[in-house]
Design a protein around this ligand. Structure first.
Ligand code: ADP
Ligand code: MG
Length: 339
């Protein structure tokens, strides 16, 4: 089990000026894992710019080209949780030994190691062992190594041993290509003027871009219309333009993750623990109340959940607000950040 998502391939990763170096380095590593000087390969960049996609694409390609190699993808959060459990169960040795068997170790979002000294120490040892035996290490982070605070210097210096490449906001041409590809994969044709309009209007990250495309497709099937300029304009107007600038999906999720102290992947993820489920429901509630996003699009931002999950979340939060004054206060406060 490598925990890779097979949908993240190089084939689906559109190349542009914004990601050329990272993509090329990724391909080089995928062709000769452990044998290039790109070890570790560290991909960094802001949210929604394709870090997870790219590092998993490397893993998927290695897995298919080198079936004998043990490729492992793990989020930093999961790695940390496993480590904490290992401490609790007195099984640190088997935890470490497991990781020492890996041929290609892919660790996502290493910024979450910050401030976790013991986890860093163990990761440092694993890193050294793997690196010395010529195993490939691939990391992602939401910022450059020099901007990672709360990280041990010796670990930071390891991060810089190989190649560090950043992903940037996609430029206009890349946005065109990404929209085209996404629609094409769904068998949808649109006029070039619509494509141009979308690429001009949505200038944030690829995840937001995908979100808008999904809204648009939902809107088109709901109204049984083709995606034309008029529909594109009205859809976009209802989800972005009429809002204050600060009001975006990303900002709403940011407010929730900060307030509840959960990380973004957990919020978007599938973990059923109570302390994660409630923030997730609040986030869905706020997206429903603050934006005009269709339920399907809201679900999309949480790992592609369907609209009934969103409805359920909104109901659960409304009920909790009615029965618990402190919850009501909390939700109103978060809501108030945007009004
Ligand atoms: P990050 O990990 O940097 O937050 P993700 O890898 O999760 O971002 O990417 C967000 C979404 O955008 C994913 O659905 C991903 O497939 C898509 N995406 C990002 N970059 C590209 C690209 N260059 N080509 C096609 N899709 C992309
Ligand atoms: Mg990611």
């Amino acid at each position: 089990e490598s925990y890779l998502n097979p949908k993240y391939t190089f084939d689906k990763f559109i190349e542009g000026d914004c990601n050329r170096l990272g993509r090329a380095a990724g391909l080089a590593v995928a062709n000769k894992p452990g044998l290039t000087s790109f070890n570790p390969l560290m991909i960094y960049g802001g949210v929604g710019l394709g870090k997870t996609h790219l590092i998993q694409a490397i893993g998927n390609q290695i897995k298919s080209d080198y079936p004998g190699k043990f490729v492992l993808y793990v989020s930093t959060e999961k790695f940390t949780n496993q480590f904490v459990n290992a401490i609790r169960n007195n099984s640190i040795e088997s935890f470490t030994n497991f990781y020492l068997q890996v041929d290609v170790l892919i660790i996502d979002d290493v910024q979450f190691l910050s401030g976790k000294e013991k986890t860093q120490e163990t990761f440092f040892n694993i890193f050294n062992h793997l690196h010395q035996s010529g195993k490939q290490i691939i990391l992602s982070s939401d910022r450059a190594p020099r901007e990672l605070n709360g990280m041990e210097d010796r670990l930071l210096s390891r991060f810089k041993w190989g190649l560090t490449a950043d992903l940037q906001q996609p430029d206009y041409e890349t946005r065109i290509a990404i929209i085209q590809k996404k629609l094409q994969d769904d068998g949808i044709q649109i006029d070039f003027e619509v494509l141009e309009y979308l690429a001009h209007t949505i200038q944030t990250n690829v995840r937001e871009l995908e979100g808008v495309i999904i809204s648009l497709m939902a809107q088109a099937s709901l109204t049984r219309k083709d995606i034309d300029l008029e529909l594109a304009k009205s859809t976009l107007k209802s989800i972005v333009n009429e809002q204050e600038k600060e009001l975006s999906v990303e900002n709403i999720l940011d407010v929730v993750t900060t307030y509840f102290e959960v990380d973004m992947d957990t919020l978007r993820g599938k973990c059923r623990k109570k302390e994660n489920v409630f923030p997730r429901q609040v986030a869905m509630y706020l997206l429903k109340e603050l934006t005009n996003l269709p339920l399907k699009s809201i679900g999309y931002h949480f790992g592609g959940r369907d609209h009934s999950t969103v409805i359920h979340a909104v109901q659960a939060v409304s009920e909790a607000m009615e029965t618990d004054k402190s919850i009501e206060k909390t939700v109103r406060k978060l809501y108030g950040r945007f009004h």
